[in-house]
Design a protein around this ligand. Structure first.
Ligand code: NAI
Length: 306
């Protein structure tokens, strides 16, 4: 199989490394900057003997080279600068993502698309519109990352192995995300048994602020290692038909009482893309938070089209 990654910046190039070195697929890295994806591809190719895999990595500035991809990941666009919210990227990135989606689908009409560019939910909606794909074949990555952050903070607080912590974050990728603390566990034990309410609230707040915390520290761009890992998990579940249940930004058609909006909810990911959307029972407070989150995505979809 072949995975195209549009945008060979920090998230895109790290994802290329993850996909190739996990031996999931050949990779085509595309960017508008001449020479840059070619150089990265050569660098990754030269690591193959050491990492012991035989995947091809191609760098290009031309969409013709992406033809026949099973998966297209869009990471093209600007990242945040300190003090910026994801929404500040709206108009610039909208143009880039729509153009990338149209170009990519022209050469890979059967591909499944994963959008990573921020503001994530809006960009996924615009890419869905631009490609005309059925909703099972176009989705956004955010929830897997936000959940991994929440899990990390819980694991650090309790001093346990991060992989033993399971949590899910729904909603939009931003300050209005909805971490479901009620459902978070350490190997099946609810965290509400292990941590008091103020501590959980503190970890939830840190999760909401997880991206900005890294932007503030780095000053130049945002996180990319964990975002690339999170995206590679989605790629893997699709390519290997694993049917993992993951929080994915998807176009809702009445689920959770929401329509014509993209937002993160639990989805099963397999070889056809989104195999099903799971409707969890939410508390009143959680449902309200999800609606507020959806409302802000709607407003930004509108703003992007003004
Ligand atoms: P970056 O600046 O390192 O890379 C972006 C790349 O896109 C650059 O190489 C640039 O040349 C390229 N690009 C710009 N316009 C293009 C076009 N028209 N066609 C092809 N390539 C184009 O940024 P980074 O850190 O890799 O982040 C990429 C995006 O992903 C940002 O919007 C960022 O906010 C977002 N992001 C989303 C996350 C999520 O959870 N959904 C997590 C982390 C980042």
């Amino acid at each position: 199989p072949r995975v195209t990654i549009v945008g060979a910046g920090r998230v895109g190039s790290t994802l290329a490394q993850r996909v190739a070195e996990k031996n999931l697929a050949d990779v085509v890295l595309l960017d508008i900057i001449a020479g840059m994806p070619q150089g990265l591809a050569l660098d990754l190719m030269e690591a193959r003997g050491i990492e012991i895999h035989n995947r091809q990595i191609i760098g290009t500035n031309n969409y013709a080279d992406t033809a026949g991809s099973q998966i297209v990941v869009i990471t093209a666009g600007l990242p945040r600068k300190p003090g910026m919210s994801r929404d500040d990227l709206l108009k610039t990135n909208a143009k880039i993502v729509v153009e990338a989606a149209k170009n990519a689908i022209a050469h890979s009409p059967n591909a499944i698309f994963i959008v990573v560019t921020n503001p994530l939910d809006v960009m996924t909606y615009l890419a869905w519109q631009a490609t005309g794909l059925p909703r099972d074949r176009i989705m956004g990555m955010a929830g897997v990352l936000d959940s991994a952050r929440f899990e990390t903070f819980i694991a650090l607080e309790l001093g346990v192995l991060p992989a033993d912590v399971k949590a899910m974050v729904l909603g939009s990728h931003g300050d209005l995300m909805v971490p479901l603390s009620r459902y978070a566990t350490v190997n099946g034990i609810p965290i509400t048994e292990l941590l008091d309410a103020p501590t959980i609230e503190r970890l939830v707040e840190r999760t909401r602020n997880g991206g900005a915390e890294i932007v503030e520290l780095m000053q130049t761009g945002g996180a990319f290692f964990a975002p690339a890992s999170a995206t590679s998990v989605m790629v893997e579940s699709i390519l290997l038909n694993q049917s993992r249940l993951l929080p994915v930004a998807t176009y809702l058609q009445g689920e959770y009482g929401l329509e014509d909006v993209v937002i993160g909810v639990p989805c099963r990911l397999g070889c056809g893309g989104i195999e099903s959307v799971l409707e969890l029972t939410l508390s009143d407070e959680e449902r309200k938070a999800l609606y507020t989150s959806a409302q802000s995505v709607r407003q930004n979809i509108q703003r992007s089209q003004e």
